[in-house]
Ligand binder design. Structure first.
Ligand code: DMA
Ligand code: MG
Length: 296
């Protein structure tokens, strides 16, 4: 029983979900209005779980041959212990599970509403083409970053659709740049591991130095967008803009300091802990809003 549970969690990697829960939870908390049905909220979050199970299982399937080289650093787990790598699970069974997760996320999202279901379908497609050949964007230089930034923005969008109000367009663009900025260090920390495995990610192709410069440019764009949001939007969005501004500046500076001789070991907790905390706070705030208890 414990073994099955461990096999399952090593396949679906719930700790790594925090990265995507973050934009989804923030989008939801900003958009949610009093009186929204708790049923739909629950279904929406279940659908999120389905998409995560789907996305990480297809990723494990696509990465079997590179995950065996992972040394256990800078990730939610040692990927060489994934059940598909150790042989505890066959690819065929994993594909059956993938199909089950797909159906689960589609059904739950369908009962939220059509628009939410459409956003989930886009997320499923992005998750699939990111990991699975022949498209497999994760090994196409530049496209890996673009795809992850789009995933971040789409999770945020799905969150706002679940909350039932759309936000000013600029915020979605800001989230896109945030997601790109935060994805870059993860691809740079994977540099040696991907290079050993022969995966042509952005970091392997362009070299970590150049890619980190890109991070500086992206951070500048975030500073401009969030400053504009600070000046023009409501208190809630001003809080989001402040978090975006401060966190991306701290994160980018910390990242620059940690890169030496193409070697960059940035601890996963720089992302997982703040993202996890902000996600939990956002969801709680969202629930308080639904009940009309708190509204900033
Ligand atoms: C994980 O992909 C990301 C998604 C979208 C499931 P990855 O292979 O780039 O990262 P990791 O090496 O952590 O699996
Ligand atoms: Mg992977």
């Amino acid at each position: 029983m414990i073994h099955t549970l461990s096999l399952f969690t090593r396949l679906i990697r719930p700790i790594a979900w925090i990265v995507f829960l973050f934009p989804f939870a923030i989008g939801f908390s900003l958009s949610v209005t009093p009186g929204l049905s708790l049923n739909s909220i629950l279904l929406g979050f279940l659908s999120f779980v389905g998409v995560m199970c789907f996305g990480f299982t297809v990723n494990a399937l696509g990465d079997i041959h590179i995950d065996q080289f992972h040394d256990g650093h800078s990730k939610d787990m040692n990927l060489s212990k994934q059940p598909l790598v150790t042989g505890e699970l066959t690819p065929k069974k994993a594909w059956y599970l993938t199909f089950g997760f797909l159906v689960f996320s589609l059904i739950t999202s369908y009962y939220v509403n059509f628009l939410f279901c459409s956003s989930i379908i886009i997320l499923i497609i992005l998750g699939f083409i990111y990991s699975i050949p022949p498209i497999r964007l994760k090994v196409r230089p530049g496209m890996d970053i673009l795809c992850n930034a789009s995933l971040g923005m789409m999770f945020f969008t799905a969150g706002t659709i679940l909350g039932d109000t759309l936000l000013p367009f600029l915020i979605y663009i800001g989230v896109f740049f945030m997601a790109a900025t935060f994805y870059i260090p993860t691809v740079v920390t994977d540099f040696e591991f991907d290079q050993r495995a022969g995966a042509h990610t952005s970091a392997v192709t362009f070299g970590p130095g150049r890619i980190v410069t890109t991070m500086l440019i992206l951070t500048t764009i975030i500073v401009i967008i969030s400053s504009y949001m600070l000046l023009t939007e409501s208190l809630e969005i001003q809080i989001l803009a402040s978090i975006m501004l401060i966190y991306s500046l701290v994160f980018t500076s910390a990242s620059q300091l940690k890169l030496r001789n193409n070697h960059w070991v940035i601890h996963e907790n720089w992302i997982l802990v703040p993202f996890g905390l902000i996600s939990v706070l956002s969801i709680l705030y969202g629930i308080l809003k639904v009940y009309g208890i708190l509204q900033l």
